[in-house]
Ligand binder design. Structure first.
Ligand code: ZN
Length: 170
């Protein structure tokens, strides 16, 4: 079976504005320019995924059901703009700042670790070496590179607008 290629996105600061531990749906604001990029990637047959660290769960700022509710909301919000995400993956843990014992782990899923990339690759038959990662922080880039994806700072991509001219990410 032919493997698919994915475009992975960080969430806060990449797809939506970073409001420092989003805790209400009212705070959601899509980043300017991101829809055009997503649309361009879709037209090149990239399947879209989100991989996000949500240590706000471990820190006790909100619970996992809020994270899931947020991801259902975002799925629909992007759908209304003809952008279709396959799945949102998140890490609720933190290695030392967790106030809840079950989230106090040095896990494999928190970026820059690549547990969630590997999980996605397995679930959706993704060729990671043909895939892309977009994020706003060094840990996004480190994770993407470790997972063998071509990795980009979203700030740079949106600034250069390379995606408007058919974009080949090399
Ligand atoms: Zn984790």
């Amino acid at each position: 079976m032919k493997k698919i290629k994915a475009a992975f996105f960080d969430r806060d600061g990449t797809l939506i504005k970073d409001v420092n531990y989003l805790s209400s749906l009212k705070q959601i604001e899509i980043m300017p320019g991101i829809i055009d990029l997503l649309s361009n990637l879709q037209s090149q047959n990239y399947k879209l995924f989100v991989i996000t660290n949500q240590s706000g769960v471990a820190r006790g700022f909100f619970d996992e059901s809020f994270v899931q509710k947020t991801h259902e909301f975002l799925t629909e919000l992007f759908k209304s703009k003809n952008i279709f995400f396959e799945k949102f993956y998140y890490c609720p843990h933190h290695p030392d700042k967790s106030i809840l014992k079950k989230y106090l782990i040095d896990c494999e899923c928190r970026k820059p670790n690549i547990g969630l990339f590997l999980q996605a690759a397995k679930e959706f038959n993704i060729d990671l070496s043909e895939s892309l990662m977009f994020g706003d922080k060094i840990l996004d880039i480190q994770a993407g590179q470790k997972a063998l994806c071509k990795s980009f700072y979203i700030q740079e991509i949106l600034k250069t607008k390379d995606f408007e001219k058919g974009l080949v990410y090399e």
